[in-house]
Ligand binder design. Structure first.
Ligand code: BG6
Length: 510
């Protein structure tokens, strides 16, 4: 991370009694504190509806740091010192009157801490509250940047579809400028996602190969082993397409496919990602069944443990048609990628938690060597986003001995082998960047809308055409088997980093 101290500020967290605050935001802030990356003078005000005193809030946040901090033995003195700067305000975020009180508390806190009237507002609330909170802040005069800066952080989902995404942007723009808005896509905060830029644009060896002449196909998988857990209610109205594809997966595709930016300036990078989104070949509604496979996990037994199907999860309708798995084949219509299929898939209750980008290179034009099992392989570069972050290159070598037996081998780089380098958490990086006003790793309004535009025909086809199947897949497997039908080419399948859990146990190739 950059090692400069941001300017003094107050961070206001709406939704402070929620999970995001205790599991991610506060531990990330504490980690920045231990690295001396917080401003010299700062304060954090948590806002929620539930009643709590400052002391109770501090105690709860101390416990969160102990439970969720990446440092397994956080220093108690440092925790005390950090939580001393936290306070709590119980208020109804939807009532305009409460904001006068917030305004006076901010002014008082500013005097006590000397924070130069700089405020960051973090909306860790349900998305339906973003507009009202912003409006109330604006009405109270808290959005104007006359005395200090005002930054607004909002969490995905940014809308529900193209129309609501546009409306949210429009309404926010009536109150605040685009450069005051930081839309969090926490995948962009992941170190290995950012490393895509360095890997592609700091190394001369990849660029000549990174195009339709040498790449056969690109595969992006983001699999989770957990189900929807306590989030059934939210997930029912979201599904994998909105929850993961419209944002995280398309952003990863954007960084994989983009042209070199003219500089590392935030808009230079975001312009290139936007161009990729604008070049996505629209999927016609009629082609959705051919290019998109959706699935929903069903109950299964994994090593003797009964796992419930999605329809039995809390908050989920017993006849739900919400997808917990989606796989899409699409093309990027530009000079670099014309004709190269991109495959993306994501799912819950899969055999393991893994996010990876697989670049499948074309085979040699003439096959001189026969492999023992008769199968021809091609070179693959596997960019492992998580876990065990790193890069794996697979290629063929001669097996020692007589003849020319060919064996597929791997060259493997693990981020953890970089001695003494601690990989910062996504939220740590993103919070720090907002404090420094660096918006490179945040989604811009036009990116969001263009991504929704690509997703829209899929949403419409599913809404209108109930004939389009949703396939069940047993929890602990790689999704509906026919997701392999998407992959063009005889005998080709998705890469499976490990076997189905419902088979004979787990083994990983990673
Ligand atoms: C969130 C989704 O954005 O990303 C969740 O809402 C998902 O459903 C999560 O579990 C995955 O994030 P990560 O960092 O664990 O891969």
């Amino acid at each position: 991370m950059k090692m400069e101290n941001p300017g003094n500020l107050i961070l206001v967290i709406f939704g402070a009694s929620g999970d995001l605050t205790s599991r991610k935001l506060i531990p990330a802030l504490f980690s920045l504190k231990t690295q001396k990356l917080l401003p010299e003078k700062y304060a954090v005000i948590g806002i929620g509806r539930s009643q709590s005193s400052d002391e109770e809030f501090r105690k709860k946040m101390k416990e969160s740091i102990i439970s969720f901090s990446e440092d397994k033995n956080p220093d108690v003195g440092q925790i005390e010192n950090f939580t001393g700067s936290l306070s709590y305000l119980s208020m109804d975020e939807l009532s305009a009157e409460s904001y006068e009180k917030l305004k006076s508390i901010l002014a008082e806190t500013d005097i006590i801490y000397g924070t130069d009237a700089n405020y960051i507002f973090y909306m860790a609330t349900p998305p339906s509250m973003y507009e009202s909170i912003s409006l109330n802040l604006a009405k109270a005069g808290l959005a104007e940047e006359s005395s200090g800066f005002r930054r607004f952080i909002i969490e995905k989902p940014f809308g529900y579809d193209l129309e609501s995404g546009r409306k949210l942007n429009r309404n926010l723009h009536e109150l605040i400028a685009e450069d005051q808005i930081y839309r969090i896509d926490h995948y962009l905060g992941k170190e290995t996602v950012q490393n895509l830029l360095v890997m592609r644009f700091a190394n001369g060896i990849f660029e000549p190969l990174w195009n339709r002449n040498y790449i056969h196909r690109v595969e992006i998988t983001s699999a989770e082993s957990i189900g929807v857990e306590e989030r059934g209610g939210y997930y029912e109205s979201s599904g994998a397409l909105r929850d993961m594809v419209q944002n995280h997966l398309l952003q990863m595709a954007g960084l994989t496919a983009m042209e070199p930016p003219s500089s590392m300036e935030s808009n230079a990078i975001r312009n290139e990602v936007l161009k990729v989104f604008q070049s996505l070949q629209p999927i016609r509604e009629a082609d959705v069944p051919k290019q998109v496979i959706r699935g929903q996990y069903t109950g299964s037994t994994i090593r003797g443990e009964c796992i419930s199907g999605y329809r039995y999860e809390k908050g989920v309708a017993p006849d739900s048609r919400t997808e917990t798995f989606v796989a899409i084949k699409f093309f990027i219509n530009n000079w670099r990628w014309g004709g190269v299929p991109f495959y993306i898939r994501t799912g819950k209750r899969m055999p393991t938690r893994v996010t990876e980008i697989v670049i499948h290179f074309k085979r040699t034009p003439h096959h001189l060597f026969q492999r023992e099992n008769g199968l021809l392989t091609s070179n693959q570069m596997i960019i492992r986003i998580q876990p065990d972050e790193g890069i794996l290159l697979k290629f063929d070598m001669k097996e020692p001995g007589s003849g020319f037996n060919v064996k597929n081998v791997s060259m493997d780089f693990h981020y953890k082998d970089l001695a003494d380098v601690r990989v910062p958490s996504a939220y740590e990086r993103l919070l720090y960047d907002v404090m420094l006003a660096d918006s490179t790793l945040f989604s811009r309004d036009d990116e969001i809308e263009t991504a929704w535009k690509f997703i829209e025909p899929i949403q419409k086809a599913w809404e209108k055409n109930h004939e389009i199947k949703i396939y069940g897949y047993p929890a602990g497997t790689w999704g509906p088997a026919n997701s392999n039908d998407l992959i063009e080419g005889c005998g080709l399948t998705w890469r499976y980093p490990c076997r189905n859990l419902t088979d004979d146990g787990l083994y990983c190739e990673l």
